[in-house]
Structures are given as C-alpha cells and as structure tokens.
Design a protein around this ligand. Structure first.
Ligand code: DGT
Ligand code: MG
Ligand code: MG
Ligand code: MG
Ligand code: MG
Length: 253
C-alpha cells in the first residue's frame, strides 16, 4: 500500500525499550490521595476496604498480564514486578506503564462498589506511574524491602498517632509532640503503656502490606491444577519468603 505523505511523523517517535535482562518494576501511586481519602472519609489510619480494593485492582493487572510475577501494595501505592525476560509489548516502557496504570485505575473505579457498598464515589481517582529497572536479584529484593520498611515505619507512626488521639484524647499537635524524635521501640512502648495496644497484634495487612503471588492449586474433581492469585501479608525482607517462592526469582522462561 502506498504511504501517505504524513507517514514521516512516525519518525518522531522514540525507542523506549527496557534494557534486557533487567527486572521491570512499575510503581503506581494515588494522586493527591490525602484529599481523596479525606473526601471519602476513609478510616484512619487504615481503611481495610480501601486496601482490599487496591488489592483487587492489582489482581486485575495480574490476571491480564501473566508476566507480572509478583506485586506489592501498601497505602495508595502498588508495585508490579515483571520477570526479567518478559517480552510484553516488546519491553516498551510507555506501553507497559500506561497499560498497567489504565487497567489498575479502571478496576479501582469498577470495583469501588464491591468494597464500599454504602459510599458513593465522589470524583474520579487517578494514579501516577513510573518504571524502574533493576539489573540484579539483590537490587529487586532491596527495592521490595525498601517499600515494606516504609510500610512499617509509616504504619507504626500512624497507629501510635491516631491511638493517642482516639484513646488518650490528645490533640493532633499534642500527639505529634509525644512522637517527635522517638525511635521504633519507643513508639511500641507508648502504644503499649499509654494505649494498651500491642503493635504486633495489629492486622498483618496493615503492618506488612500485601504481596500478590501466583499459587498452583489443585482443583478437586478433575485433579487439574490452576494458578490463582493469592494475597499474602508476610515479611518479604528476610529470606524465608524467597525460599518458599523460589520460582519467582528462578523463572527461566
Ligand atoms: P501524591 O502522591 O504526591 O499525589 O500525594 P498524596 O496525597 O497521595 O500523598 P502520598 O501518596 O504520599 O500519601 C498517601 C495519602 O493517602 C496519605 O495522606 C494517607 C492517605 N491514605 C492512604 N491509605 C489510607 C487509608 O487507608 N486511610 C486513610 N485515612 N488515609 C489513607
Ligand atoms: Mg507521590
Ligand atoms: Mg499518593
Ligand atoms: Mg503514596
Ligand atoms: Mg490500538
């Protein structure tokens, strides 16, 4: 077919293929969720329904793209890990990142009512996205450790902050003063002594965030096996998770 004289505009497009042999990490983060969570009166510091809605939306991404081998979420963010040798969209960054963001954002709206039956969505939520490439398995594990350590630091602070307000009647400023300059062990102690809360008894989904993995399960009648996406709220910093799910790092093709 003859080319039109307009065809040349394609030469303005640029090559944005992700470097080969690297883990591809796509991280989404809610845009201005400070405002979104307050407009929708999310429970503080954690709204379980909101976290489950995030997990459902992330599972939708994994249902669509088999090359997403793991996802990790906390607060208003989700990270998707694509296997090193994925060929998805010829590894084109903009395609991968925009498709994942779009599936996730549309799912967040689509499933809103499943999780917030009594709450109307007041305006369209949106997410930003970035792609980061990690060349080594250690880099990837350190990335995920960084996100889970962030979950811990924020959740310990937020739990102590809101308990001081709701159980001790402190003002926001007073609670902030009590916590300023404290290290983790001191926050644990304030929670225990002042608020009768053992931090370790808080829900794992709040303390650890959510890891989505694929598990092979038996389907009883036919004894066939099927991959299902499972949410876990476990430590991913230590070695035991990676030993149990060793196929995530060792997948060849
Ligand atoms: P950004 O990401 O720069 O567009 O701005 P934000 O406002 O989204 O800031 P970010 O992502 O650093 O912080 C997430 C906000 O979402 C933060 O204000 C706390 C809020 N948030 C996340 N999960 C929950 C929840 O379960 N309950 C409540 N009440 N707030 C939450
Ligand atoms: Mg942000
Ligand atoms: Mg945000
Ligand atoms: Mg965030
Ligand atoms: Mg098209």
């Amino acid at each position: 077919m003859a080319k039109s004289k307009y065809e040349y505009v394609r030469t303005f497009e640029f090559e944005d293929r992700c470097l080969q042999n690297c883990w591809i990490v796509v991280r989404l983060d809610g845009r201005s969720f400070h405002r979104f969570t307050s407009s929708h009166k999310f429970e503080k510091p954690n709204d379980k329904r909101a976290l489950e809605l995030m997990n459902r939306s992330a599972a939708a991404v994994m249902e669509e793209f088999r090359d997403v081998s793991l996802a990790y979420g906390q607060s208003d963010e989700y990270s998707f890990i694509l296997r090193k040798n994925t060929d998805l969209y010829n590894r084109r960054q903009s395609k991968i990142m925009s498709a994942i963001n779009s599936i996730f954002s549309a799912s967040y709206v689509y499933y809103w009512n499943t999780y917030f039956e009594d709450k109307k969505l007041l305006y369209p939520p949106s997410f930003d996205a970035r792609i980061v490439l990690y060349p080594t398995d250690q880099n990837l594990r350190d990335y995920l450790s960084w996100r889970q350590a962030d979950t811990h630091i924020n959740n310990l602070y937020n739990t102590a902050f809101w308990r001081l307000i709701s159980m001790k009647g402190l003002s926001n400023n007073e609670a902030e003063k009590v916590l300023s300059g404290t290290v983790s062990s001191e926050k644990n102690e304030i929670l225990f002594k002042e608020c009768g809360t053992n931090y370790n008894n808080e829900l794992p989904i709040y303390r650890k965030g959510t890891v989505l993995v694929r598990k092979l399960v038996n389907l009883p009648p036919s004894k066939s096996k099927k991959h299902v996406i499972c949410p876990l709220h476990v430590d991913i910093i230590g070695d035991s998770f990676w030993e149990e799910y060793n196929e995530i790092l060792n997948l060849k093709d």
